[in-house]
Write a new protein. Structure first.
Length: 100
């Protein structure tokens, strides 16, 4: 799967998470995923709880529009962001640099 894919009701993104990575940031990773650095530790869902608002902020959607659909306990996660697919794709391209 590329770093993101369009869905009927939004976009699905792949994110590799680095907990305890200092300041929270969402950046380009590889062709297969974005990279998220989180200050939260990978304990009791703290990293996941920090990832959702980080992604929501970058894509300009409410937190309720972002959900983890795969990789709840893994470093590599798949998230679904609900919204206008083309708008979200443009944001992903801007975050990533160019389309995968």
């Amino acid at each position: 799967m590329p770093a993101w894919a369009l869905r009927d009701d939004g976009i699905q993104i792949a994110v590799r998470v680095t907990p305890r990575g200092g300041r929270d940031a969402l950046t380009a990773g590889t062709e297969e995923h974005f990279a998220a650095r989180l200050s939260a530790p990978p304990v009791d869902g703290a990293a996941n709880a920090a990832l959702v608002p980080l992604v929501a902020r970058h894509f300009g959607v409410p937190k309720r529009a972002v959900r983890i659909v795969a990789g709840e306990t893994a470093r590599l996660k798949r998230l679904h962001v609900v919204g206008e697919p083309q708008v979200l794709a443009r944001i992903a391209e801007a975050l990533y640099g160019d389309a995968p």
